[in-house]
Design a protein around this ligand. Structure first.
Ligand code: CP
Ligand code: NVA
Length: 321
């Protein structure tokens, strides 16, 4: 991307929120991926890049996390800044203080807030009242930071996004599916989702992704047949059958989801050189068999590493003066 163009996008994105991928356009998304690849290269070569020296990120967690917590915290440190981990149990939010007041107060102390919570509306409420950028670290509806890392991993392995086919097999009504629908549509990838009846993607998000895909001349499709979805796929993705907040449905879901397990037999319908991705944590023997997730097509640990690089790009672009 040419330097003037980069500077213009950077200026547009500085200070903005990152709640869903659909908040971006293709240009901004590709810019973030380019930045992420560059920051990864610099880090591997030991070249320091302290764009956020003196800046602080608050990280509010209402759900558990390994990757999101660690990658945002390490990312801030590597950029010369600082991160504060705040479990909602330990702060007044957990005792009923409103999102609005939490946003107003935190904005007086920090330069950005990352939050992992349940209802997507809570992040929107935080963003409405905050004076600093709000980053979605996962809600029930979206997981955009993860999909940034997924797209980066695909670019690294395939050298392109546009023209590839990605399939998602499993719970269509979860945060990963929704952010993948938006990410694929924006970048001109075909995406096919296969889920059992009752677990279809959010109708509004699916429709919006189909609208974007129409402009890009790519295909966004939904089916209940995993073989149809995976046919010819360049990238195969799955996620847990019961996301955080749905643990009590785990047993009930096992039956409905069993035909949607990603096995090496199912993957024979994908391209010979397909990638397998999973945001992790994974349940081996449920949504994916061990031979797939631990096999030669799997790039799940590159994907996990790329959370760090993709989010450094995001933090740098949103929080730099
Ligand atoms: N993929 C992901 O978000 O992992 P964590 O729940 O460990 O943050
Ligand atoms: N869909 C999963 C993603 C975990 C990173 C969940 O919400 O639990």
């Amino acid at each position: 991307m040419i330097i003037e163009k980069k500077a213009a996008i950077e200026a547009q994105m500085s200070g903005s929120d990152f709640l869903t991928l659909a908040d971006l356009n293709e240009e901004k998304l590709l810019f973030l991926l380019e930045e992420a690849l560059d920051l990864k290269k610099k880090q591997k070569k030991g070249i320091p890049h302290q764009a956020l020296k003196g800046k602080t990120l608050a990280m509010v967690f209402e759900k558990s996390s390994t990757r999101t917590r660690m990658s945002f915290e390490v990312g801030m440190l590597q950029l010369g800044g600082h991160a504060i981990f705040l479990s909602s149990k330990d702060i007044q939010l957990g005792r009923g203080e409103s999102m609005a007041d939490t946003a107003r107060v935190m904005s007086r102390y920090v330069d950005g807030i990352m939050i992992r919570t349940f209802a997507h509306e809570s992040v929107e409420e935080l963003a409405k009242h905050a004076e600093v950028p709000i980053i979605n670290g996962l809600t029930d509806l979206h997981h955009p930071a993860q999909v940034l890392a997924d797209l980066m991993t695909i670019v690294e392995q395939k050298g392109q996004l546009k023209g590839l086919k990605l399939c998602f097999i499993g719970d269509g009504n979860n945060n990963m599916t929704h952010s993948l629908l938006e990410g694929a549509a924006l970048t001109g990838m075909d995406i096919a989702v296969a889920s059992p009846s009752g677990y279809e993607p959010n109708a509004q998000i699916l429709k919006h992704a189909q609208m974007i895909a129409e402009e890009k001349q790519s295909i966004v499709s939904f089916t209940d047949n995993p073989e149809d979805a995976i046919k010819g796929a360049d990238v195969v993705v799955t996620d847990v059958w019961a996301s955080m907040g749905h643990e009590e449905e785990q047993a009930k879901r096992l039956d409905s989801f069993k035909p949607y397990q990603v096995t090496s037999e199912l993957c024979q319908h994908a391209q010979d050189d397909h990638l397998f991705l999973h945001c992790l944590p994974a349940h081996r023997g449920e949504e994916v068999t061990s031979d797939v997730i631990d096999g030669k097509h799997s790039f799940v640990f590159d994907e996990a590493e790329n959370r760090l690089h993709a989010q450094k790009a995001l933090l740098k672009v949103l929080m730099k003066d």
